[in-house]
Design a protein around this ligand. Structure first.
Ligand SMILES: [Mg+2]
Length: 91
């Protein structure tokens, strides 16, 4: 995460508070879910909305990691998780 993004995230937490930011992540995840359901279940051509909601989720996910100070821990967990997926692929 760049210095500018970090500054924006800190300002957002100061302005709206940690709980509101976490709830906004949940809201954005549900918006992405809704667009994915429309795309798959109703065969809708809504790729722009999927892109939009994916961007929202990524921003709020970064915000949540910043709030809990878990960026590094998550980063370290990812290769372990990918290793497990790789193992399942090989089984
Ligand atoms: Mg959204």
């Amino acid at each position: 995460m760049g210095a500018v993004s970090k500054e924006i995230m800190e300002k957002a937490v100061q302005k709206w508070g940690k709980s509101a930011q976490i709830l906004t992540l949940l809201e954005e995840m549900s918006e992405l879910q809704k667009e994915l359901i429309k795309n798959i279940n109703r065969n809708q051509n809504n790729l722009d909305a999927v892109i939009d909601e994916t961007a929202d989720v990524e921003i709020m996910l970064a915000q949540m990691k910043h709030i809990y100070q878990i960026e590094q821990a998550v980063q370290e967990r990812i290769p372990i998780k990918l290793q497990k997926v790789m193992k399942r692929l090989e089984d």
